[in-house]
Design a protein around this ligand. Structure first.
Ligand SMILES: Cc1ncc(COP(=O)(O)O)c(C=O)c1O
Length: 437
């Protein structure tokens, strides 16, 4: 097992910005809009200063400081990032301030700022993912983004779609329903349960492609096994055959150091309330410019324009939205770039590797659903304890030890940067006690 994961710090590593983030407390504090009633003023938030990361991803004192940015209940350990992540306090504060601002003045004039903020968010998100801002739409979550693609493309009786049998229902049942209505074929692909290499995973898809294949839809990282598919290789193989790709990034966005241009997918979907760590009920959809014309809008609401310029204008116009939450996406991207996206990936990989190693040492009979190798997995560790129902362990972990995991695919633990190595030790101690009960 690779515990000594070596991250690539060459890209996006912003040490100078780290120092600036600490100084951000006053820079962002602007006069109280509720007193002067000025529209388009950004409500203030406070940021706890960071110190510079001294020993990269294994420096526990640094990560303890990162943890302090969150308001996790005392004594609780959140290891359910694959489902929902807590947000740092300043994201909650931004959303609360904007909500109050809106409640205090719902005029068109005051609400004008939300449209501008959405534009800023899209630009920033596009940069974060290395794509063009015309290619990004802000949805409500991955479920919506996946369904925009499923219901927005035209397929007929001659066409075949390949889906991974581990896909989330929104990228699985959604395709099957659509196929029943329009008569195309959906083929489910299984991968080896214990893959030995990336090539094993690519082969599973390659072997099932045919001249009728039009699209491959797959989770980048499975929420039920923790297996990470080599998205770049699958997308490249598909592109060579003129086949479209939809990558469900619910379990990769916000954790992996992503570059969608380099990945080469046609569509990519995700939620901000998972690994990105907030804000709630925002999602993203990416569609490559060259394929955007193929996508029909599912919903037409007030404000939709025939002469739309961007993906957001084309498929994400949805009537009144929860506008106060979206601007906080800028704050969370600031946070990711402050800590450093390669550092976040490295830390999450380290925590998972450490957790796997401790489980193997202290619970030698445990069986892993998730591959042990870091390059075949991501931020999720799923395993089983002999003779123990995963749901029972999941329940007792929370009731007796305040450890929030999930019973998905086994006992599923997904630690994030608000967890420490000490938390992993506490989890393993609790598992040892429960295994002996
Ligand atoms: C792979 C995958 N896709 C989609 C979703 C749905 O996410 P949301 O509920 O944010 O739409 C999930 C949720 O766990 C998921 O794991």
């Amino acid at each position: 097992m690779k515990l000594n994961y070596k991250p690539d710090f060459s890209k996006n590593h912003r040490r100078t910005f780290l120092r600036q983030f600490g100084a951000g407390i006053t820079a962002l504090a602007v006069p109280n809009i509720f007193l002067n009633g000025k529209a388009n003023t950004i409500p203030p938030i406070n940021k706890i200063p960071f110190l510079e990361l001294s020993q990269d991803f294994q420096d526990e004192s640094y990560w303890e400081m990162v943890k302090k940015q969150f308001i996790i209940a005392p004594g609780k350990i959140m290891v359910n990032a694959a489902n929902l992540c807590p947000s740092p306090h300043f994201v909650n504060e931004r959303v609360a301030n904007y909500s109050q601002d809106l409640a205090s003045d719902v005029s068109f004039q005051n609400r004008g700022k939300f449209g501008k903020e959405r534009g800023r968010v899209i630009k920033r998100m596009a940069k974060f993912l290395n794509v063009d801002s015309l290619e990004i739409g802000i949805t409500r979550n991955t479920s919506e983004s996946n369904n925009i693609v499923v219901n927005g493309l035209d397929f007929g009786a001659e066409d075949e779609i390949l889906i991974w049998d581990q896909n989330h229902p929104t990228n699985n049942i959604a395709w099957e329903q659509r196929a029943r209505r329009y008569g195309f074929v959906v083929k489910k692909i299984s991968v080896p349960s214990a893959p030995e290499s990336k090539a094993d995973l690519v082969k599973a898809f390659k072997d099932q492609m045919s001249p009728r294949t039009r699209l491959i839809a797959f989770s980048h990282i499975s929420n039920v096994s923790g297996i990470a598919l080599p998205a770049k290789e699958i997308c490249q193989m598909a592109r060579e055959q003129n086949v479209l790709t939809l990558v469900d990034g619910a379990q990769s966005f916000g954790f992996l150091n992503l570059d969608l241009r380099a990945m080469g997918c046609d569509f990519y979907s995700s939620s901000t309330h998972k690994w990105l760590m907030g804000p709630m009920e925002n999602g993203i959809l990416y569609a490559r410019k060259a394929v955007m014309d193929k996508l029909w809008p599912n919903i037409i609401a007030a404000g939709w324009k025939e002469d739309h310029q961007s993906l957001d204008e084309k498929v994400c116009v949805l009537g009144q939205r929860n506008t106060p939450s979206t601007p906080a996406i800028i704050d969370i991207i600031d946070f990711h770039e402050t800590v450093g996206t390669p550092n976040i990936e490295a830390r999450v990989r380290y925590l998972n590797a450490y957790l796997k190693e401790q489980i193997r040492k202290k619970l030698p009979n445990a069986t892993f659903v998730t591959p042990l190798a870091s390059e075949l997995s991501g931020g999720i560790t799923i395993f089983r304890l002999p003779g123990k129902e995963p749901r029972m362990i999941f329940q007792k972990l929370y009731e007796n030890y305040g450890i929030a995991g999930a019973p998905t695919g086994g006992i599923r633990l997904s630690p994030h940067i608000y967890c420490t190595s000490k938390d992993m030790d506490r989890i393993v101690e609790a598992l040892v006690a429960l295994a002996g009960d």
